[in-house]
Design a protein around this ligand. Structure first.
Ligand SMILES: Cc1cc2nc3c(=O)[nH]c(=O)nc-3n(C[C@H](O)[C@H](O)[C@H](O)COP(=O)(O)O)c2cc1C
Length: 433
């Protein structure tokens, strides 16, 4: 007699993670243009950057007719209620409803079932799933009981997932999932995975590193098969994450460890075409990827600070143009440096719309004095990137302290997100509204 494998049913508006190679959640590196590019090159699904529940609560949903995007915006929580018009509106989250349709998973940072539900409800109708971040190891996340701190409070994590399953998943007919790290022993990981798989979630991602491990330390694969087995037994789709270089390698690892799919972060951040198999042409030269990235960033009027940050990841540090690109002041200048002639007209238009270009220096100065929080969240990338090749190294190797890292606009050596996000000033807020 054959046994039918158990499967937690995938809700009508949700997606099954099985057989999928996906873009990982990445603060700053996982904003809208990055996600669209990953999808173009073959990512099956994309995770948005972690967004803290409290920064999402209180946002207003707006459609931007120029970019056809859904924007969730808010005024800073310390804004005067009587004069909101004078306050700078922050963009907390952005979705392309057609290009990301049924492909986008919203990742939430939370330590409260109530806040998680309240925040998730705001985006639930526009995404294919809600994922809870239970892996961020940084104090600004863990001190609030979020991220990897949830691995130490499994009852709380399970109660967040249960609440999301019942009050968001069931109502909006989407799946709820969780992203965790390994615990210190296989026994502890096993107990945690069993508990989480019992909450009604449809998917679980395992980042194959423990909480204290740094991103450059090799991922540990020993517990993977055990985790995959528990997920299969309980009907939950299992994605593996950690040191997956490209789609071909992902497909091999899926076979080797019996997982259902794989998630890629760093390799995608360096070159989004890692989602192409060799048979599809494999990794594209950086110039081609950069051209496509800039085209996409222009299409969605991406905030210049975020685009420049990404260019700092995509243009090799050794390339002659690296320093020039990372100290350019706007789209037009950058397109000229990179000789992207076909994008110049559009670049001028977007510069004008975003207030960049000729008056850029003045505009930046004004913005800096007006909004110190935005500056800390990414406004001073020009200065940071002017370090050229230096900025390619992990912050720790550059002798950068936590404070200066934040001032620089960060890197995910400063894993996950900035505490400013809790106040509604997210990495996304440096995007154009
Ligand atoms: C720039 C950057 C930002 C990240 N932001 C998040 C995040 O918002 N949420 C999260 O769960 N993990 C985040 N991560 C961790 C990745 O999703 C992933 O778990 C980790 O980088 C390991 O995968 P990799 O070896 O493919 O890089 C981030 C990683 C990077 C490099």
């Amino acid at each position: 007699m054959t046994t039918i494998p158990k499967r937690v049913p995938i809700p009508r508006n949700g997606v099954d993670y099985r057989g999928k190679i996906v873009l990982a959640p990445m603060v700053r590196s996982g904003e809208l243009p990055s996600r669209l590019l990953a999808l173009k090159y073959g990512a099956d699904l994309v995770w948005g950057p972690e967004t803290v529940d409290k920064s999402m609560i209180g946002t207003i949903k707006k459609i931007n007719p120029i970019t056809s995007t859904i924007n969730f915006t808010r005024y800073p929580s310390n804004a005067s209620r009587t004069q909101p018009v004078e306050q700078k509106e922050s963009l907390i989250y952005r979705i392309h409803p057609t290009r990301e349709r049924r492909k986008l998973i919203f990742q939430i940072g939370t330590s409260s079932p109530t806040f998680a539900v309240e925040a998730a409800k705001l985006v639930a109708a526009d995404v294919a799933g809600i994922d809870v971040n239970a892996g961020c190891p940084k104090p600004f996340s863990t001190s609030g009981g979020m991220g990897a701190a949830l691995l130490q409070t499994p009852d709380l994590l399970a109660s967040i997932l249960t609440a999301l399953v019942k009050e968001v998943g069931a109502v909006y007919e989407i799946g709820i999932s969780v992203k965790i790290r390994l615990l210190e022993t296989p026994e502890r990981t096993e107990a945690l995975v069993r508990k989480l798989c019992d909450t009604g979630i449809t998917g679980l991602t395992i980042h194959c590193r423990t909480t204290p491990m740094r991103p450059r330390e090799r991922a540990i694969r020993e517990q993977l098969r055990m985790i995959a087995d528990i997920c299969r037994e309980t009907g939950v789709a299992c994605l593996m994450n950690g040191d997956v270089k490209n789609k071909d390698e992902a497909l091999e690892l899926i076979q080797e460890y019996g997982v259902d799919g794989a998630m890629i972060a760093s390799a995608a951040e360096a070159n989004f075409s890692c989602f192409r198999t060799q048979a599809e042409g494999g990794l594209l030269p950086w110039r081609e990827v950069v051209h496509e990235y800039v085209k996409t960033a222009l299409e969605v009027n991406n905030k210049w600070g975020n685009t420049k940050y990404l260019l700092g990841q995509l243009v090799p540090g050794k390339a002659e143009v690296y320093r020039k690109v990372t100290s350019s002041k706007g789209y037009t200048e950058m397109c000229e440096i990179l000789e992207l002639q076909d994008l110049l007209d559009q670049a001028r238009e977007v510069d004008e719309r975003l207030g960049l270009g000729v008056n850029y220096k003045g505009a930046v100065k004004k913005a800096k004095t007006k909004n110190k929080s935005a500056q800390a969240a990414g406004g001073s990338m020009g200065k940071a990137m002017a370090h050229g090749n230096e900025s390619k190294k992990p912050l720790s190797e550059r002798g950068v302290t936590a404070t200066t890292a934040k001032d620089m606009g960060g890197s995910y050596d400063v894993e996950c997100q900035d505490p400013l996000m809790e106040q509604g000033i997210s990495a996304s807020s440096v995007l154009a509204v």
